[in-house]
Design a protein around this ligand. Sequence first.
Ligand SMILES: *Cc1c(COP(=O)(O)O)cnc(C)c1O
Length: 389
Amino acid sequence: MDTKQLDKHYIMNTYGRYDVALKSGKGCVAFDEDNKRYLDVSSGIGVNCLGYCDDGWVKAVTAQLNTIQHMSNYFYCEQSSKLAGKLCDKTHFTKACFGNSGAEANECAIKIARKYSFDKYGEGRNEIITLKDSFHGRTVTTLSATGQDNFHTYFFPFTEGFKYSEANIDSVKSLVSEKTCAVLMECVQGEGGVNIMDKDFVQALRKLCDEKDLVLIVDEVQTGIGRTGKLFCYENFEIEPDLITCAKGLGGGLPIGLCLCNKKLEDVMQPSTHGSTFGANPVVCAGANYVIDTIANDSFLGEVTKKGEYLRNKLEKLDGVKSVRGLGLMTGIELVKDNAHDIAVKCVENGLLIITAKNLLRMLPPLNISYDEIDEAVEILNKTITEDK
Ligand SMILES: *Cc1c(COP(=O)(O)O)cnc(C)c1O
């Protein structure tokens, strides 16, 4: 059996896959098993932030792989301590907690928020407000945190204690009670359709959380690590969250999850309150250190902002495109014919790897994509939309 047949036969059918078996890649270009070339503006859902097999990243990862591949969290680890230090130095955060995925990072954040409240106020103050159209992961608790009804099916009973708000301050206020301990939000909703939060709303939310001693958690799993032209997306909104979660782009292609918290929360978790066997793996952290060393500077991040604007400018001029929205290199495209999924499938046939979010096309290219590659991506998309008429 070939790859596709093996997959269909032996792997649970949890994804509607494109009809492509990817085999290799370099930079923004991937090749399938028949050596067909694809330009990739999806980067494995924002994971391969430096593209496929970036030389420096491969070197950092393989050097670590040849040194020590894993140790339990009962031992100190150079790579994870350095990574935590770098991220805290560049932000107002003071401590980190490692895991392996976005969902796991959000689970950890939910635990930190609830324990902070438990330690200070006692039992019963444990509700978390999240936003409609959010996405926070696939575990039973993070499904529950996700503010979309279609995620709250089949797997009952879900974790209790989540309330879903509209993305405006009055709606949040109407849900706050003496039981509320935290607000969890994305500053730009990714899976929910590249929805950019209103700056006044985010700032009002920060103020509300200060007044009520609610933990403000920003889910930066998709928006973090330079994706929106800042190291973290919340910087665009000029607020400081109490806690953020991070995953996808951080590892540059290897699984990692991370919580970063401020001074107020740094001692909430203590031995035996949380853990993760693979969390803070040295090989993964070596890759993440390389990612941070590469992207966390003004010149790299400034280019992400410029490239995002360049891309959206070009997209807005295409026939068949109704509207374009985004921040940095996170872009959603609404089509006149409202057929994003069909167009995405045809783009892939035409050699452009692109994904969707709700009824939008979504582009999350590698952060080091070139202007020429942006031109090529827009050209393939334009051709695909034109052929579809
Ligand atoms: C992808 C994503 C998650 C889940 O991350 P996993 O690594 O798939 O568990 C959580 N939150 C946001 C905003 C995401 O985009």
